[in-house]
Design a protein around this ligand. Sequence first.
Ligand code: FES
Ligand code: FES
Length: 156
Amino acid sequence: MQIQLTLNGTARQLDVPDHTLLVNVIREHCGLTGTHVGCDTSQCGCCTVHLNGRAVKSCSVLAAHADGAQVTTIEGLGQDGLHPVQEAFSRCHGLQCGFCTPGMIMASVDLLRQIPQPSREQIEEGLEGNLCRCTGYVNIVEAVHEAAQVMQGSQA
Ligand code: FES
Ligand code: FES
């Protein structure tokens, strides 16, 4: 099956087996291993990427559904320097082992696009599809909260 997509701003044409998942296109066919696989059953959120600007769990999306789409992974987020959400995760120690972090950050960026100034409860709700086995949720929520402040300041 031939698919075409724009991955992190670069047009890609790929020949992949039918029923290939988007996460496998990203990791195996394109070599971008920042998108992680934790469960493969749409529970952990480690595989979260942006599909046409919205966060999706790429282990639950067929490559065929990404045909013609814009896909952004964690590698594409900070192409002009670190994204404010990445900087905030670093400053606030919003990660421990880092396995969940790419998915957390991609989900957080989408959350802040939808709700630029979320309450802590809205951040928790927005990230409830992303699991952290290091139980670093307090600092993750703080990082998203801080990123929202920084991003609002940069737009002022
Ligand atoms: Fe996709 Fe866990 S690997 S949700
Ligand atoms: Fe280890 Fe979240 S930082 S799983």
